[in-house]
Write a new protein. Structure first.
Length: 88
């Protein structure tokens, strides 16, 4: 097959796939109005009952990790790229 035929088949495939995507209803009517969420048109799922008492969950502090010391940054100094990389 000539290369032009492959290009034509690929273009037709992209056009068919692009026609399947309908996003006209996703944007608001005008640019100055905010987008509003529209719920599903299907029947809503029944709400679960709230537990009587919520359990407390806490993550213990990780003592193996040591945070680096804060960098001494002088606001009056103009830093070069090398110095900024060293600070980072």
């Amino acid at each position: 097959m000539p290369p032009g035929r492959y290009r034509g088949i690929a273009l037709a495939g992209c056009a068919l796939l692009g026609a399947c995507n309908d996003t006209r209803d996703l944007a608001p009517a005008s640019p100055d109005t905010p987008w509003q969420f529209e719920g599903s048109k299907e029947a809503p799922a029944p709400l679960a009952t709230a537990p009587v008492a919520a359990k407390r969950f806490a993550v213990p502090e990780n003592t193996a990790v040591q945070l680096p010391s804060p960098a001494d940054i002088n606001p009056d100094h103009v830093y070069s790229l090398v110095e900024l990389i060293d600070i980072a």
